[in-house]
Design a protein around this ligand. Structure first.
Ligand code: SAH
Ligand code: SF4
Ligand code: F3S
Length: 436
């Protein structure tokens, strides 16, 4: 039997990247092999993101591009998965009638069944939030060799309801996967070559599938031989408990890097965002984290131009950034999302948002560069991932997630080595191997 071909395009966050991998595996069990271009495909699946208006619009413009392919091959199946699928459901098929199936992020284990229902032009839709664990019902991962780093989703959904955000609606309530299943999946990934795991969750530190919470899970994962590094993302400041803070000081495999979004620096805006903590509570938390792990690098997410944000409120955000000093950050203009409370409030003009984003990003960029430059002369650990552009060069990541280039013989992907940093460029560091 010849294999059918599946093309998956992934938008949005790392959880979508993980889900796409798992869907590819599940469809592998149905005789589909993944391909890298839509032109070769028998089935196209868009794994979508609804977080900002632009992200959602991209889906429709991408679908528009497939019209010719569908006209040339009426058997071509087109599916929309992910957060736009959840948010818009059957509306997607009304706007783009060539779409055959729509599947929400909590129903991926039903994908093979949905596909089988799309024969002879029939449409299939599933946007339920079933009780069962979608990962449990997906086919076991085939034993293909993996690169040195992998994502592993441990928690899904969000109960926080920040006033700007669609995630609680698209991903549903907070659910944690049982620790035992995560251990099995982690051991399997390590056997296949993975050295570094990034545990994923919309609120990963609200994980409660282990009696010791996320810290307990990390400590248990750290017992796996061959697993060298553990990271997790994304955390909410209010779920950062004592055990997790302590783990930064005690668990060697937990990397000294933490993505801890604050979104804004003024108490007024934090309150209106429904973030449920103040600016001072965030500073106090960072102080405790740095006491546990003095070399901790922080990363954050920021929104500028949230409804009713004044110039003064915005300056509080700049001031917060000056105080914390971020190793990296993502920043966005506030985008009105249908159905969220903030969309109903008085909006900040677009040119004002543009101006604030520009100033915020300039500050973050300077800060990021300063922190990166400060690595020169220091020794870091590097997990090598792939060959660089120059002959004999390899690229990997430091414990602080800086890209590091090294030119030396005999390094392979998956090797972990000590490197002395000797130069800092615009986006990466370079250095030399330390003698073992
Ligand atoms: N659970 C994570 C983040 C999920 S979304 C957390 O709590 O931080 C990723 C980021 O997108 C958010 O941190 C926020 O900065 C941004 N974001 C979410 N909704 C947005 C909106 N309506 N407009 C602009 N940015 C948004
Ligand atoms: Fe969205 Fe807030 Fe939940 Fe993060 S914590 S996913 S920003 S609602
Ligand atoms: Fe986007 Fe959904 Fe992730 S909205 S950011 S793909 S959780």
């Amino acid at each position: 039997m010849s294999l059918k071909k599946l093309f998956i395009k992934t938008y949005g966050c790392q959880m979508n990247v993980y889900d796409s991998e798992r869907m590819a595996e599940a469809m592998g069990g149905e005789g589909y092999d993944t391909v890298s271009s839509p032109e070769e495909a028998d089935m196209i699946l868009l794994n979508t993101c609804h977080i900002r208006e632009k992200a959602a619009e991209k889906v429709y413009s991408e679908l528009g591009r497939y019209k010719g392919l569908k006209a040339a091959n009426p058997d071509l199946k087109i599916g929309v998965a992910g957060c736009v699928a959840q948010a818009e459901g059957a509306e997607i098929m009304r706007r783009q009638p060539m779409v055959d199936l729509v599947v929400g992020p909590q129903s991926y284990h039903r994908l093979p069944d949905l596909v089988s229902r799309t024969h002879n032009g029939a449409k299939a839709l599933d946007t339920d939030f079933p009780e069962e664990d979608k990962f449990e019902h997906l086919n076991a991962r085939p034993k293909a060799k993996r690169g040195p780093t992998a994502f592993l989703t441990v928690q899904e959904g969000c109960d926080k309801f920040c006033a700007f955000c669609v995630v609680p609606y698209t991903r549903g309530a907070e659910v944690s996967r049982p620790a035992e299943r995560i251990m099995t999946e982690a051991r399997d990934l390590v056997e296949r070559g993975v050295r570094e795991l990034t545990l994923l969750g919309q609120n990963v530190n609200a994980y409660h599938g282990h009696e010791g919470g996320l810290a307990g899970l990390i400590r248990q994962l750290a017992t796996i031989d061959g697993l060298e590094r553990i990271r997790f993302t994304t955390s909410h400041p209010n779920d950062m408990d004592d055990a997790l803070i302590a783990a930064y000081g005690e668990c060697e495999k937990l990397m000294p890097y933490l993505h801890l979004p604050v979104q804004a620096g003024s108490d007024k805006i934090l309150k209106r965002m429904n973030r449920s903590h103040t600016r001072d509570q965030y500073f106090a938390l960072i102080e405790r984290l740095r006491a546990a792990r003095p070399d901790l690098h922080l990363s954050g997410d920021f929104i500028v131009g949230f409804p009713e944000e004044t110039e003064e409120d915005f300056r509080d955000t700049l001031d917060l950034i000056e105080t914390v000093k971020y190793g990296s950050a993502f920043s966005f203009k506030y985008s009105e999302r249908p159905g969220t409370p903030a969309a109903e409030r008085p909006q900040v003009p677009e040119d004002e948002k543009d101006d604030r984003l520009y100033r915020l990003q300039a500050l973050l960029k300077t800060q990021q560069q300063e922190l990166q430059d400060a690595m020169v002369g220091r020794e870091v650990s590097v997990l090598f991932e792939k060959a660089g552009r120059l002959p004999g060069q390899m690229v990997g990541k430091s414990e602080y997630l800086h890209a590091v280039h090294v030119t030396a013989d005999g390094i392979a992907p998956g090797d972990l080595a000590r490197v002395r940093i000797d130069a800092s460029g615009p986006n990466s560091l370079s250095g030399v191997l330390e003698p073992r």
